[in-house]
Each structure stands twice: as C-alpha cells, then as structure tokens.
Design a protein around this ligand. Structure first.
Ligand code: URA
Length: 206
C-alpha cells in the first residue's frame, strides 16, 4: 500500500478529510453529511455506536439526536463530559431509515474505525449495542448477557459493551433489573475503572 493510501499514516484531521470524500460504499450516495466522530483526540475513553441517525446525518456530529441526549444523561450521571471522551460509529454515513449497516458497509468503513482507535489509543472502549460489540468482538454474546463486562482486547484495551441509548429510550422503566438500571450499574463500573486506571490529567494535579 502506498503510504498516502494508508489511513494509519494520517492524523485524525487528515483522516477526517479523507473520510469526508469517501465513496467506498453505497451509503455515500444517500448521506447528507459524513459523521466522522469527535472529541478528545487523546481520550482514555472511546465510545463506538452503530451508525449516524437522521439528526447526525443532518449535522455531521455523532449522537446529537434523541439517543445522543440519552447518552449525555448516562455519562453525566457519573460526571463524564463529552469534552473528555472520543465518540464515533462503526459506519460514518447514515444507513437509510436507520437500518442496521450491512457487513459490506461495515467492512468498507472498518479501516477508518481501526485508524481512529490506533490514533486516539484509548484505554477503554464502550461499544453501544450489539452492532459495534459484535463488530469489534466477533462471537461475543448478546448485549443482554455481556453488557457491563470488561473484555480484554488486543492487549492493552478493555472493551465494555453497554445497551444502546435508543434501547433505553424504548424501555423507560428505572426499576431494578431494567435496561436503564443495568446501564447505571455499568457506567458506574466504567467510572471506577477510569478513576483507578485513567491517565492523570493536568486538572487533577492542581
Ligand atoms: N445512533 C448511533 O449508533 N450513532 C449515532 O451517532 C446516533 C445514533
């Protein structure tokens, strides 16, 4: 591969420029905007969703629609802000009607996600729902069984699957054992793991 074709040889900004012009799969024909991903380029915590929805497609930003607001609630319940994490999706263009992306679409987009992971180099990745979980950890059990578990991945990174925020919107109960309740348990585990294992930030040293 020519060095200029290698997504790993780029910075995040240069990679984003490249992805903005991508026509590798048919999702490029129906997108309004590419939703590359955004956040702290050196984040300890990276979140990977499935693919952009309507509001994301309209704006070019990840998780800014109803699911994004629910995600913000989950994160802020343990004091995690968007500014300190990096968020992206398995596919960077909206699947029409919000269908699940096909294997071919995910394969076409995969070098971009792989390069984002390599460049951000997070310590922990939260996969939101079954699609990103199965994509990064093929053969992992269903999300109802493995949510909240810490899966060692490629030496040095932990993957924690969690329920997709859209699923929480469809299941509003907060009672013990509900998806919302379980998500709160899971995000508290993530918070503790980051407190114990995250890089020390300048603001912590003040
Ligand atoms: N759902 C996702 O999986 N990703 C987004 O960016 C928005 C909704």
């Amino acid at each position: 591969m020519n060095r200029s074709d290698d997504p790993y040889a780029l910075t995040l900004d240069a990679l984003e420029e490249r992805v903005n012009k991508c026509t590798k799969c048919p999702l490029s024909e129906t997108r309004t905007h590419v939703v590359f991903g955004e956040g702290d380029p050196h984040a300890d915590l990276m979140l990977v969703g499935e693919g952009p929805g309507e509001v994301e497609d309209n704006t070019g930003h990840p998780f800014v629609g109803p699911a994004g607001h629910k995600l913000d609630d989950v994160l802020s319940s343990v004091g995690i802000s968007r500014a300190e994490i990096y968020i992206t999706n398995v596919v960077k263009c909206r699947p029409p009607g919000n269908r699940v992306p096909t294997k071919k679409e995910m394969e076409a987009c995969s070098p971009y996600l792989e390069a984002q992971i390599a460049l951000v180099n997070p310590k922990l990745i939260i996969t939101l729902g079954n699609t990103p979980t199965q994509w990064l950890v093929p053969g992992a059990g269903g999300i109802t069984h493995i949510h909240g578990s810490f899966i060692p991945w490629r030496g040095g990174i932990e993957i924690v699957p969690m329920f997709h925020p859209s699923y929480l919107l469809r299941n509003p109960s907060r009672s013990k054992g509900s998806p919302k309740y379980l998500t709160w348990m899971d995000i508290k585990k993530v918070r503790k793991w980051l407190d114990d294992n995250g890089r020390q930030r300048d603001s912590d040293r003040l």
